[in-house]
Design a protein around this ligand. Sequence first.
Ligand code: BTN
Length: 246
Amino acid sequence: MNRDFDILWLDEIDSTNNELKRQISTIDNMSVIAARNQYAGRGQRGNKWNAAPGENLTFSIIIRPGKDGIQKIEAKEQFLLSQITTLSVYSALTDFGIEAKIKWPNDIYVRNKKICGILIENFIEGNSVAASIIGIGLNVNQRIFDPQLMNPTSMSLLKNTKFELNECLSSILKHFSGFLYNTSSVSAEYIEKMYRRNEYHKFVDCIDNVEFTGKITGISPVGFLTVEMPDKTERQFGFKEIAYIL
Ligand code: BTN
């Protein structure tokens, strides 16, 4: 039987990912913790995630693959969780009339601006993902951002109206459940919705710190970014091995 989400709203917490981690041994599968304010929100690469209190969605979901009808996910297939999550946010934004793109691996962009960041922390046992804590920060009603942030945007800035946080959350969770319980189209849909796919752009090879031009073609079976070079050879990049030039 597919399981429903259990949603808990907190007024304030350091980080919803941290809170689920603290409760990991006791909390139910498919629990969601959402916070009106995170005072130590965490982003990728050890960065902070700052969101104006009460204006945005900052929440985390815990799932246990192999339980409650969720398929087993091997450690080498864990990119599937990024695909499910990014597609859920993408689809929710579509519900609200916003045309987004998925910026590999885990960001959601509208044109050249970031609207959502995702932090996934997987707990591997043997060869499988035993649990995954999936943190989502979606800019909803915030209209003024720290000028040091490179290129933020929000639903409200894009549509010039206010959104109900609970409606946005419900839409994301509805799509999340749909993709989680039927993953057959996930990989193809992810590739189709990728930011800058099939266009030549400039990137930085972060291993040699060299700029190059290439065309994103998709992802490899383990979730590496595949890029076609001007001489038609293909290169693959892992997380932290390539940076986009925006
Ligand atoms: C990024 O750097 O783009 C990822 C940002 C992830 C932010 C979300 S907000 C809810 C959850 N709790 C956290 O501390 N981080 C994630």
